[in-house]
Write a protein that binds this ligand. Structure first.
Ligand code: ZN
Length: 254
C-alpha cells in the first residue's frame, strides 16, 4: 500500500530539460516535447538537430546542447537537412482583454489555443507568454484571438455556457495525461490531487500531479482550478488562490 499525502502545494512549474541529464534522456527517446526547448550539436558531423531528429543517436561525448538555433550556429554548427531545426520557430498570435478576474490573455497557434493566462497587470501577460514560448514569434492584437478572448471571458462570467475551444496542448506525456483527466471534471465539481493521480493510474504521483497543475498554461479551459486538497482546501493556484475561489464559486452557482 502506498502512503499518500495530499497536503502538497502547487509550487513552481516543472522545468523540463533544465539539465544535460534530462536533455540527453530526451535525445535517447527522440522526445517531440523537447523540440523548441533546446537543440543539440554533434562535434563529429558539425551539424545541429532538434531533439526528435530521427538521425542515428550520436555518442554522448560528441553532443553539446544549445538554447536556440542561433546559439548552435554561432558555435559553428550548420542545421541538419533532415530535421531542419532552424525552421522550428512557431508563430503565436494573442490578444489581451479584461474580465472580473483581472487581465486575461488568450494565445493560439494554427492548431488551437496554446495559452490562457491571467494577471492583474496586462503588461505582465505578454512577458509571461514569451517566457513560456521563448522560441516563438509573438503577434499581439490579433482579431481571431480577440474573439477567443470574448469567448473565454463569457465563460468566466457565466460558466453554465460551457467552453469549447480547439486546444494546442504542449507538455510531457505525463502532463498531457493529467490535463486530459482535468478536462473530464465537469464545472461545479472538484476532485483531489490524489484522486487525479488514481484516475491516471499512478496513485503514488500526487506531487507530480500538483506539478502538472502548476505547469498548466491554459487556465480555465484545462480546469486545474477544479483540483483541491482531499480535505477540500484549495491548496494553490498558479494564477492566485482568490481567482481559484472565485471560479469555483461561480461554477457552483451556475
Ligand atoms: Zn537532425
Amino acid at each position: 500500500m502506498v502512503a499518500m499525502t495530499d497536503t502538497v502545494a502547487e509550487t513552481k512549474p516543472d522545468m523540463p530539460f533544465a539539465n544535460d541529464h534530462d536533455r540527453w534522456a530526451a535525445l535517447v527517446e527522440r522526445d517531440v516535447n523537447a523540440d523548441r526547448k533546446f537543440y543539440y550539436s554533434v562535434a563529429t558531423t558539425g551539424v545541429y538537430c532538434k531533439p526528435s531528429c530521427a538521425a542515428r543517436l550520436a555518442r554522448r561525448e560528441n553532443v553539446a546542447f544549445h538554447a536556440t538555433p542561433a546559439d548552435a550556429e554561432r558555435a559553428g554548427f550548420r542545421p541538419c537537412k533532415r530535421c531542419r531545426p532552424s525552421e522550428a520557430i512557431a508563430t503565436i498570435r494573442f490578444a489581451v482583454g479584461a474580465c472580473s478576474l483581472g487581465a486575461i490573455l488568450v494565445a493560439a497557434t494554427d492548431k488551437g489555443v496554446c495559452a490562457i493566462l491571467l494577471d492583474d497587470d496586462a503588461g505582465a501577460l505578454a512577458r509571461d507568454l514569451q517566457d513560456r514560448f521563448p522560441m516563438a514569434q509573438l503577434i499581439g492584437g490579433d482579431a481571431s484571438c480577440e474573439r477567443l478572448v470574448a469567448k473565454v471571458v463569457g465563460f468566466v462570467e457565466a460558466p453554465a455556457r460551457g467552453l469549447d475551444l480547439p486546444l494546442d496542448i504542449r507538455g510531457t506525456a505525463f502532463q498531457q495525461r493529467v490535463w486530459s483527466t482535468l478536462r473530464e471534471i465537469p464545472a461545479g465539481e472538484t476532485v483531489s490531487y490524489s484522486a487525479v493521480a488514481e484516475r491516471i493510474g499512478s496513485p503514488q504521483s500526487v506531487r507530480a500531479v500538483a506539478g502538472a497543475c502548476a505547469a498548466n498554461a491554459i487556465a480555465v479551459a484545462i480546469p486545474c482550478h477544479r483540483v483541491v486538497r482531499s480535505d477540500g482546501g484549495l491548496s494553490g493556484y498558479r494564477w492566485g488562490i482568490e481567482r481559484k475561489q472565485s471560479l469555483l464559486e461561480r461554477e457552483a452557482d451556475s
